[in-house]
Design a protein. Sequence first.
Length: 304
Amino acid sequence: MSIVDLFGEIRLGLGCMALTGLFGHVDRSVAIRTIHHAMDIGVRHFDTAELYGPYENEEVLAEALAVKPDAAVLATKVGYRLVDGKIVGLDSRPESLRQAVEGSLRRLRRDRIDLVYQHRQDPNIPVEEAVGSLVRLQTEGKIGRIGLSAIDSATFIRATAVTPIAAVQNEYSLLQREPERDLLVTLAGSETTFVAYSPLARGLLTGTARSWGRQANDDYRRSDERFAPDRLATITTAVAALHDIAAKHNVAPTVVALSWLLSRSLDVAAIPGCKSPAQVSLVIDAAQFKLGAEEAEHLETLRL
């Protein structure tokens, strides 16, 4: 499955995590309108996980996509152990991955999920065993393609000795450049799509980030040190170049930040999280915006 098969030409999908409360409450009706709007304007890749909610995110996505059940590429993630809705650890034992995938199939109302990631590496289960378990589910027709999330190059190489890996999902943005050190180099020329999660650094690149004291009590970014008032002020100063370029072109900083990321490689896709139809529209604007060479070079100096 190529990057175009997974995402379409725009290489942008919808990260659905924010639609069920991790960044503060979102009404279910708004979440569904957001997904519908994404479909209407060309988004075809939707990323979720059993962990989000937990479970609720997959259910909301299934409800929204019921109007066009065959129009979307669905990706979900498994590999956490959940007890009474609480995370109690990682669990990639074969029986646990099977139970998780079958649960996601029910909630997503699908006979097959297009792409299933191991959400995080279980230190008790070798990656070869974990992907082997997913291969068995793939053979049964329950999984289309297999992916890995939050991994390093060594883990990727070990996994590919067992089976092709369709996608690797790691955090990547102007503020998080770690994949450039190694992983993107390893993936270059392969058939594996690199999927950037948090491409807007959880809102730090949008121009709308709020410090701890101004966030909702149920916003999990309250535990992120980057949103501490002093740290946020430092980051805001550091990304001034981004805002200058956005102002010059009369576009939102979101548009420039996503355009920069997509310009890095034709093998990179992104799944920005959105909480409203208006935010989804900015994502599509980014697919159409072309960053100038000098502007892209100027953004290269943006380091923390």
